[in-house]
Design a protein around this ligand. Structure first.
Ligand code: IPD
Ligand code: CA
Length: 265
């Protein structure tokens, strides 16, 4: 397995940001019991990681544009290349000291995803993919699940946070799935859930109303592991609609059909 110079830069930036994130994560145990709580601290941790990623990536690729959760659009002089960053996906897990969150960087060329890194610093699991080169977890090749029947599937359905959009629809869709699958999970990080689909841990994943930075790296991971992504109920591009379904070729249509039955729930 060889990695391109761009991916090498992305992995180095993620690992550098991870050192700070890990230090901050270690502090959280103390903050859990403080009166002020961990809220502001977590916001600061997010911003620190965002800054490290942008600085490291810009050092190596000074002309590329950025889209990041913390800083939005930063236009570069190169109109073709754009890094998409979510410094900590799974912030509420991070805040609760639940070790399920990830540092995420994707690279687009002319609007097409060409490289991706998702890293959980607590479990030291680094997922990476490049277009046409496959998907890897700690340098070991990944394949999506081979299950062909939705009745044997363990699926991840990410429920909206309190006050989030489409709560009734999400409850109905989770209900419709629950009637068919072995079990449903909701792990609080869309980025990690997509990586788990790439790893064949989850047979499928569904999430509504998320942002491009939540899904960009995971989309490439899933595709390069042999899976597919789609909007759960329309023909739209998930990066544009904000709604995503990921699964293997056999389960994708079965998931769509099951979700379409949500009107009965
Ligand atoms: C959140 C996670 C979560 C999804 C939320 C996102 P954040 O990102 O991806 O899985 O359900 O909608 O906002 O805030 O932890 O970076
Ligand atoms: Ca996120």
């Amino acid at each position: 397995m060889s990695t391109s110079p761009a991916l090498t830069v992305m992995i180095a930036a993620v690992r550098k940001a991870a050192r700070g994130v890990q230090r901050d994560y270690g502090e959280l145990a103390n903050l859990q019991v403080s009166v002020k709580g961990p809220g502001d601290f977590v916001t600061a941790a997010d911003k620190r990681a965002d800054k490290t990623l942008r600085e490291e990536l810009a050092k190596a690729r000074p002309n590329y544009s950025f889209l990041t959760e913390e800083t939005g659009v930063v236009a570069g002089s190169d109109p073709e290349h754009r890094f998409i960053i979510d410094p900590i996906d799974g912030t509420s897990n991070f805040m609760h000291a639940i070790p399920m969150f990830a540092i995420n960087v994707a690279l687009e060329r002319k609007g097409e995803l060409i490289a991706a890194v998702t890293y959980n610093p607590v479990t030291d699991e680094l997922y990476h993919a490049e277009k046409g080169q496959g998907c890897f977890l700690n340098n070991k090749r990944l394949r999506v699940s081979a299950r062909k029947d939705i009745h044997e599937a363990v699926v991840s359905y990410e429920m909206p946070h309190r006050g989030g959009k489409d709560l009734p629809l999400s409850r109905a869709e989770a209900g419709a799935l629950q009637a068919k699958v072995v079990g449903i999970r909701s792990i609080g990080s869309a980025a990690l859930a997509l990586a788990y689909v790439a790893a064949g841990r989850f047979d499928a994943f569904v999430c509504r109303n998320i942002n491009p930075w939540d899904m960009a790296p995971g989309i490439l991971l899933v595709r390069e592991a042999g899976g597919f992504v789609a909007d759960p109920s329309t023909e739209a591009n998930p990066m544009e609609s904000g709604h995503i379904l990921a699964a293997n070729a056999e389960l994708l249509p079965q998931m769509k059909a099951a979700l379409a039955e949500s009107s009965k729930f």
